[in-house]
Write a protein that binds this ligand. Structure first.
Ligand code: SAM
Ligand code: DTB
Ligand code: SF4
Length: 314
């Protein structure tokens, strides 16, 4: 039975600790409780994106300090993946500031990057914008484990954040990814002026996908100067805890990722997110274009909470 709007909203409105009890129970039932996956991001093609996503520093519609850069070479990317693996990451996610994948040399290069990362024994994930069934199949053949494509917000709120594509475009791409047998990584962002109902509806759409996404990143907006959302007030860390707990209850088997926005919250709030069901963080000093906590800080967070990083696959 799909989740109803009322059901999801009732969950959100529960006292926080009662929601956390449910989230903890779901977490303990489905996951090793003391393990966190470290995942490293790399922007392989930065800036100059034709889409107008209001949150994004890489959109060519906004005047930010991010300048369009050339696409990285396969060797540069694999060197970076090797460093990430040596530092303890088990998943490597490569992002390109594209509206969609276009067939040609750039896509061939991405396929080689995917094959190279897989060859190192890491999970490989990419986020490249929209794609076709055929392109998804080629990524799968190259060894891709996961494709990240976020719903970002509710269907309703989507149009006030992005005008250059629709929520249905997003769902169509996720369907292509699924058909190709690649696992789905899809989540969203809080702090973009959305209502509580928007947050609930975004999670409900994700949770009602069949099958549910294997991976759900929850981002807090990084308000970047020059973007239309530059002046958004900071997210209340307890809202982030609540969103993670919601994701854990609604999608008990998914890996829930405490994603962008960690530099703005205390380590205590991050620890609460990890207690609420997050079992992955981005690791390394940079996300795609914005800062992330220092690796040492994250290792200290794991040490002080008694959590361990997921070991590399044999
Ligand atoms: N262009 C591709 C796309 O939009 O799917 C891939 C890259 S895009 C940067 C990946 C995701 O990063 C977005 O869907 C969004 O959720 C997240 N993101 C981008 N800018 C962000 C920001 N300022 N704060 C939080 N999350 C952000
Ligand atoms: C996701 O949900 N968050 C990551 C990953 N998927 C690709 C990206 C966060 C980007 C934050 C803004 C930046 O660094 O440019
Ligand atoms: Fe482009 Fe992705 Fe940024 Fe949107 S989120 S502007 S599609 S890079």
């Amino acid at each position: 039975m799909p989740f109803s709007k009322q059901e999801v909203r009732a969950l959100y409105d529960r006292p926080l600790f009662s929601l956390l009890d449910g989230a903890r129970a779901a977490h303990v039932a489905h996951h090793p409780t003391n393990e966190v996956q470290l995942c490293t991001l790399l922007s392989v093609k930065t800036g100059g994106c034709p889409e107008d996503c209001a949150y994004c520093p890489q959109s060519s519609h906004h005047a930010t300090t991010v300048e369009p850069e050339r696409m990285l070479d396969v060797d540069e990317v694999l060197a970076s993946a090797r460093r990430a693996r040596e530092a303890g990451s088990t998943r490597f996610c490569m992002g390109a500031a594209w509206r969609e994948v276009k067939d040609g040399p750039a896509f061939e290069r991405v396929l080689a990057m995917v094959a190279g990362v897989k060859g190192m024994g890491m999970e490989a994930c990419v986020t490249l914008g929209m794609l076709t069934d055929e392109q998804a199949r080629r990524l799968k053949d190259a060894g891709l484990d996961a494709y990240n494509h976020n719903l970002d917000t509710s269907r309703e709120h989507y149009r006030s954040i992005i005008q250059t594509r629709t929520f249905d475009d997003r769902l169509r791409t996720l369907a292509s990814v699924r058909r190709a047998g690649i696992t789905v990584c899809s989540g969203g962002i809080i702090g973009m002026g959305e209502s509580v109902d928007d947050r609930c509806e975004m999670l409900r759409t994700l949770a009602n996908l069949e099958p549910q996404p294997e991976s759900v990143p929850i981002n807090a907006l990084v308000a970047v100067p020059g973007t239309p959302l530059a002046d958004m007030p900071p997210v209340d860390p307890l809202d982030l805890v609540r969103m993670i707990a919601m994701a854990r209850v609604l999608m008990p088997r998914a890996r829930v990722r405490l994603s962008a926005g960690r530099t703005a919250i205390s380590r205590e709030a991050q620890a609460m997110c990890l207690y609420a069901g997050a079992n992955s963080i981005f690791y390394g000093e940079k996300l795609l274009t914005t800062p992330n906590p220092e690796a040492d800080m994250d290792l200290a967070l794991l040490r002080d909470t008694g959590l361990t990083a997921q070991p590399p696959s044999a």
